[in-house]
Write a protein that binds this ligand. Structure first.
Ligand code: SIN
Length: 297
């Protein structure tokens, strides 16, 4: 079956039809996906009803995996999926629904603010690939923003102001902004803040705004002023015209470029439906390691 790429939104995002991920990815598939990602920044591979192994093999065709952080979890804890995968589901290790209001879901609520995955990582994150294994009949959509289009639309005065500024990306502070309380010093020590320019140039030459839920300040600026600037940019970026709403179909693998998109999970506030979504994240280069292990090395 031949590969087809079809736009899904006036600004960005496309779907790729006809890919067979049960086989090792062909050079044609790799080229089609790379080209679609450079143009659309979000690409939905349809009908990828594949195993974790297929999903991981496909991801590795585009870069080394970022492994999930341990955050002090014992290594022998039971998992429903391969250890290379991030679990974005509402399910526990036995496949039962974790109630939305429970303590256990609190950390995940940070994903309900627009963010870019692993911007708190010292290694440069490239893409995330999220697979819908069980999708609810309603709710649980994922929202995406094209941060290249956001950058293009900024007033020139703002572009000039932020051109050389560097953002602070602080995982735990970002989670606190999303409502998490009781973060301990030991947790903070696992993920100290890192910094990245607010304006990045992509390998294919376009400029993009690099902010999101983990970005909590500006290097060298007083805390409140830095926070105020990144919140002002966040408010500009999250206007409806920049947003693509992905309504999941079972078997979708949604790929997004973390360097130039923001995304957020919408809460599945009911405990009625299972949502099993599994993510790989890849870096531009470097060893396959987790964000916390990379810092400790
Ligand atoms: C994520 O933020 O990585 C997951 C998004 C989602 O669950 O919709």
């Amino acid at each position: 079956m031949s590969l087809t790429v079809k736009p899904l939104h006036p600004i960005f995002a496309a779907e790729i039809l006809g890919a067979d991920l049960t086989q090792p990815p062909t050079p044609e598939l790799v080229r089609t996906v790379e080209d679609a990602m450079a143009q659309y920044a979000v690409a939905v591979v349809r009908d990828a009803n594949v195993s974790d192994e297929d999903h991981i093999r496909f991801s590795r065709a585009f870069g080394p995996l970022e492994l999930p952080p341990s955050f002090g979890r014992p290594a022998n804890v039971k998992r429903r999926m391969r250890p290379e995968m991030f679990d974005a589901s509402n399910l526990d290790e036995n496949g039962e629904i974790i109630p939305y209001q429970s303590e256990r879901r609190k950390l995940a609520k940070g994903a309900e603010r627009f963010h870019t995955d692993s911007s708190f990582h010292t290694l440069p994150t490239k893409w995330s690939l999220l697979r819908g294994c069980i999708v609810p009949p309603v709710g649980g959509d994922t929202h995406f923003i094209d941060a290249r289009a956001v950058y293009d639309a900024l007033p020139q005065a703002t572009k000039d102001k932020i051109e050389t500024l560097v953002g602070v990306h602080d995982f735990w502070r970002g989670r606190e902004r999303a409502g998490l309380t009781g973060v301990t010093d030991a947790q903070r020590a696992t993920m100290p803040p890192v910094s990245h320019p607010l304006v990045r140039t992509l390998p294919y030459g376009r400029k993009t705004l690099y902010i999101g839920g983990h970005c909590t300040g500006v290097v060298g600026w007083p805390d409140d002023e830095g926070m105020a600037l990144v919140e002002e940019l966040y408010a500009f970026a999250t206007q409806g015209k920049f947003i693509y709403v992905h309504k999941w179909k079972q078997g979708d693998i949604v790929i997004w470029d973390n360097r130039c998109t923001l995304h957020r999970a919408t809460p599945l506030e009911t405990d009625e439906f299972k949502r099993d979504v599994r993510r790989t994240t890849i870096n531009e280069y470097g060893p396959e390691t987790s964000a916390d292990a990379a810092r400790a090395a």
